[in-house]
Design a protein around this ligand. Sequence first.
Ligand code: ADP
Ligand code: MG
Length: 387
Amino acid sequence: MSEAVAETVAERFGELYAAAPDGVWAAPGRVNLIGEHTDYNDGFVMPFALPHTAVAAVARREDGVLRLHSADIDGPVVELAVDALVPASDKGWTAYPAGVVWALREAGHAVTGADIHLASTVPPGAGLSSSAALEVVTALALNDLFALGLEGPQLARLCRRAENAYVGAPVGIMDQTASACCEPGHALFLDTRDLSQRQIPFDLAAEGMRLLVVDTRVEHSHSEGEYGRRRAGCEKGAALLGVPALRDVPYEGLDAALDRLGDDEEVRRLVRHVVTEDERVERVVSLLEAGDTRAIGPVLAEGHASLRDDFRISCPELDLVVDTALSAGALGARMTGGGFGGSAIVLAEEADVAAVTKAVQEAFVAAGLTAPRVFEAVPSAGARRLG
Ligand code: ADP
Ligand code: MG
């Protein structure tokens, strides 16, 4: 399958640039199993890679020219000069790959130009990190072609820099690390403070379970402002508690911490979510490492309740997915990603997948909503060279 994709992308490269690429690379989107809104609180996250990838055919250039083309965007080849890339100057899709070139050069790596054609099966804007897939596939290709010798975590950091500084999106380190470092049949336990990581066995098919992604296809327009408010509220909570980040509030000390916050109900709720969410990530890690995979279901459902009631970033569509899936026999379900739309994940026995899917789809029809896109998420490989 990936060979056929690699061939198609390489062929199109040949048509666009009248030469063969030097190679073809792939980088996946991701889903976060648990650990939501913990990354900017120095906490824990646990993403795994999707089978959906961004695939890039790339040829090295020595003349300072960067040419970019996406099969998924209706437009011509965009030509830029690598020494004239300016952060925050580009509002279009080319900012992602150009930002990676900029970040590599800023870090002192001699990237002297490239021709890039890419195509992605990661749906954009569904909370599945199509942007990180684009960045990481670019970074990995350039790392190989210019023999930079960078490892996955270093590439992830440079991609994050590209997205923060060049694209101008204040994202954490999770998406890029997941795309660069995940392994098939595993979830990635990542400490966003010290960036230590551990591969956690998560081979659902082998245990007769499935994980569904339900993309609600809604995005509520106030999401960006609300994200900023949550972030600021978390920082306020840490400041009031006298800790560098909410990660430093121990779970055992949560009640005492909440008492100290007095009657600032909004900050109390944010703090409670972040501290309990870090504990849920640790619980899921313990359960998976003990081989007790089914027992993570209720932890996912608890996580959703916390995002809905304490962090307050769910929405009717996401709640409908979660409530319907659980009523139809799913082991667990929760919203994933930034909130106010995007996707939910559902963990179910293989035998229950059809019934759960049908129930969710019927519930959306009954509520007069656009049918959600439902697909299975097999924990897949991180970024790699295809050919
Ligand atoms: P997410 O990462 O959750 O999918 P983002 O808003 O962070 O959402 O990134 C989506 C953006 O990434 C798109 O608006 C587009 O600019 C870029 N992008 C994603 N996939 C592609 C693609 N196949 N071709 C070109 N640009 C893409
Ligand atoms: Mg993104």
